[in-house]
Write a new protein. Structure first.
Length: 123
């Protein structure tokens, strides 16, 4: 499991803001930016792990512990997960893994709960 609380940045404004203004990402949190093939960490306050995905949610590139004031990209990516630093190492995530996304409603035992967050895991 890479994350249990995944925010989605799928508008231009959300993609531009990303994680700017935050002090940290807690374990289990993340941001899924799509479409996206490159990110920067200018003005960020903490390091992050990056997981680049193609359109089939297959991992094309992994970048661990990206410090503030860096650039990273992957021409084959369609989206990027921004995760707390150490997540890639701690979950043994590898290039070529395929991710599965589940909404909170799919995981909840309560019927009718809105799909607020997503869970991301390896398959």
């Amino acid at each position: 499991m890479l994350a249990t609380s995944m925010e989605v940045a799928d508008s231009a404004a959300q993609r531009n803001k990303g994680l700017l203004g935050r002090d940290r990402l807690s374990p289990g949190e993340g941001l899924w930016i799509h479409p996206c093939e490159a990110v920067h960490t200018f003005w960020m306050r903490f390091p992050i792990d990056l997981v680049y995905l193609d359109r089939k949610q297959r991992i094309r590139k992994l970048v661990s512990d990206v410090r503030p004031w860096r650039l990273s990209g992957c021409f084959w990516a369609h989206s990027v997960l921004e995760l707390p630093a150490g997540t890639i190492r701690n979950t043994l995530t590898q290039r070529g893994d395929t991710l599965e996304f589940s909404t909170a409603a799919q995981l909840s035992t309560y019927a009718g709960e809105p799909p607020v967050f997503s869970t991301v895991g390896r398959s």
